[in-house]
Ligand binder design. Structure first.
Ligand SMILES: NC(=O)c1ccc[n+]([C@@H]2O[C@H](COP(=O)([O-])OP(=O)(O)OC[C@H]3O[C@@H](n4cnc5c(N)ncnc54)[C@H](OP(=O)(O)O)[C@@H]3O)[C@@H](O)[C@H]2O)c1
Length: 278
């Protein structure tokens, strides 16, 4: 990415901060947007401390003028825009649908769907002016399948997948590629704060039996923004330890045989027996 200019919307912490740092480590000048200016400044300091180049811009992705300003600042500061990662999310805490406050629902949709739409609207305009570019949007496994208690989040992430496909088709013949990543459980503040039991259960929900790291997401985003993925557009890329491939129960039952707590025939249960249980 040397000589390139990359923008990350939702870059103050977690996956966004890690991806901004990865862009910088690969040689790109990076423009970071989010609402928390102190957190953004500390990411910029980390990047500059390693010899990288970065600028922070206070941004609310759901606000037209603010999102336009983020893109304008990238172009004004570094002369062009080559890559963008629309990563911001916000919204209600998990609750059954009936209990979700409509204002909170709107906030989830505004950050995810409107924020991604506005991001692409201004990023694509800037990229067309310098002959092309690459965009990665952030969805989730929760945009591919329903997850109980996450109405706004699931609707928002499913919307981002739809928006990505349309943008990819609209600009496929104009040098702009647009893809979307769909991570499974990744260890960021939310899962860290939830504690070891939540992390253990999240890990068990994946066939790899572990949660992912922010770096594992960042590296896929970088690949999607690099020439190594030059014929990939409109794709939904899972980063989920196999979760979207199907289910891998901790233990399979064998037809007509009782399942013991220790696993098949009292042996190790990891990976299951040979029966045809679901
Ligand atoms: N962690 C996971 O397990 C996981 C799994 C699948 C998908 N994802 C997705 O990956 C992305 C990052 O997740 P994370 O765990 O790193 O989350 P996070 O730590 O909560 O980061 C969210 C980022 O979005 C920014 N943001 C929120 N609302 C914004 C707004 N209106 N305008 C600008 N920036 C805004 C936040 O910054 P400010 O608060 O400073 O504005 C923050 O930088 C999210 O889209 C999430 O849905 C995460």
């Amino acid at each position: 990415m040397a000589g390139r200019v990359a923008l990350v919307a939702g870059a103050s912490k977690g996956i966004g901060a890690a991806t901004a740092e990865a862009f910088a480590a690969s040689g790109a000048a990076v423009v970071l947007g989010a609402r928390d200016t102190e957190a953004l400044a500390s990411v910029v300091r980390r990047i500059e401390g390693r010899g990288g180049t970065a600028t922070a811009v206070r941004t609310d992705v759901a606000d037209v003028a603010s999102m336009r300003n983020l893109v304008d600042r990238a172009v004004a500061t570094y002369g062009r825009l080559d890559a963008a990662f629309n990563n911001a999310t916000d919204g209600p805490l998990p609750a059954p649908l009936v209990d979700i406050d409509p204002e909170e629902f709107d906030r989830g949709i505004a950050t995810n769907i409107r924020g991604t739409f506005l991001g692409m609207k201004f990023e694509i305009g800037a990229m067309l002016r310098n002959g092309g570019g690459t965009i990665v949007n952030m969805a989730s496994g929760a945009g591919l399948n329903g997850v109980a208690n996450l109405a706004a989040y699931v609707a928002g992430k499913a919307g981002i997948i739809g928006l990505t496909k349309v943008a990819a088709l609209d600009y496929a013949d104009q040098g702009i590629r647009v893809n979307v990543v769909a991570p499974g459980p990744i260890l960021t503040y939310h899962l860290e704060a939830a504690g070891p039991e939540a992390q253990r259960l999240a890990g068990l929900s994946t066939p790899m039996r572990r949660v992912g790291t922010v770096s594992e997401v960042a590296q896929v985003v970088l690949w999607l923004c690099s020439p190594l993925s030059s014929f990939v557009t409109g794709a939904v890329i899972p980063i989920d330890g196999g979760q979207s491939a199907g289910s891998k129960p901790p233990q399979m039952y064998r037809q007509g045989k009782p399942m013991s707590p220790q696993g098949p025939e009292g042996g190790s249960s990891a990976g299951g027996g040979t029966g045809g249980g679901p």
